[in-house]
Design a binder for this molecule. Sequence first.
Ligand SMILES: *Cc1c(COP(=O)(O)O)cnc(C)c1O
Length: 393
Amino acid sequence: MGRFVPLSIPNFEGNERKYVDDALDQGWVSTGGAYITELEEKLAEFLQVKKTAAVQSGTSALHLSLIACGVQPGDMVIVPTLTFIAAVNPVRYQFAEPVFMDCDDSLCMDPLKLRRFCENECVTEDGQLKHRATGKTVKAIVVVHVFGNMADMEAIMDIAQEFHLKVIEDATEALGTQYTKGRYAGKFAGTIGDFGAYSFNGNKIITTGGGGAVTAKDPTEVEHLKYLSTQAKDDPHFYIHNEVGYNYRMTNLQAALGVAQMEELPEFIHRKQKNYGLYQQLLQEFSGGTLLSFREGTSSNQWFYSLKLDMEKLQGKNMRDVITTLQERGVQTRAIWGLIHEQLPYQDAIAYEMEKAPYYSSCILNIPSSTQITDDDIRFVVEQIKVVFKSGI
Ligand SMILES: *Cc1c(COP(=O)(O)O)cnc(C)c1O
């Protein structure tokens, strides 16, 4: 078989095997053990926050954050429509209602529309934002830093403050992305809002197989979330529980992987950035589309690369044809997500002024971005993309 370049695969070049073996040797494989604490400390140090809590997944990190924001049945939470559905499902776990927001050209939530929704569709009563048409309380915003690109946090935080909304940052794709300029210079994605969620799923920038972490502006909230993630056990010996808890704690085996991955994170980010640079250079003359850039004034982890295709040039063929043909030519790519407000469980929810999300949903192709990818692989990928466009499909 010829060359095959996968989209995004995990990288275990470091101490992964050593630490996992060590955890096995110690017999600490479950939800207690030194690697869990070490991962939490390493992550806190990296993110320059006081505390983090290691959990089972990014999804559980988001669910716990919603609980801590006081999101209750019948409340509303503003969410993006152009993202992975895990950012939205936890809203329903709380029997709350998502309000879907459009994206801007960064693929992240559009702050102008967010403001317009709060101003025009809602009123403030007793320090709470109420949705006029339904009378429901809007409690929080889930902001996703799509593909490692920082959302416009200055604008979003201003709006959140003005309209009494909690901000949960879904930084599952953006570990290591930070502001370099402006009000939040030096601040990392996930450390600006009230809560920040991270994921260590298989295709994220670091992986623990499955896993995640959560942080909060208020370190006592992190302690509370840790407590909720371990079945809310108040007394370790007599099984006293004063709240409804969850089985959301990360295991020591996962954390052993995570500690090794954290050691490599700076190198992974460096490679993602370098590889993006080469793609950018090679795709400069490409007439079939443009490689999307990352926000000015930030340093992104550049986790995923987005090629915006000029669909007109495809001579009647569609995204599926492009993906299939590239696959046959040894290049694995994927389409961006289907919009969440169009998915069966969410078709009744409010979708506010959708315009850019449908557009980007139709024309973004994610191209290979693993940290192991070589310069030669990248040249091969770009060549295949160009051939597919030139010859038609
Ligand atoms: C990966 C991802 C999640 C969920 O993380 P899991 O660890 O898979 O639960 C949530 N939101 C976004 C945007 C993601 O990409």
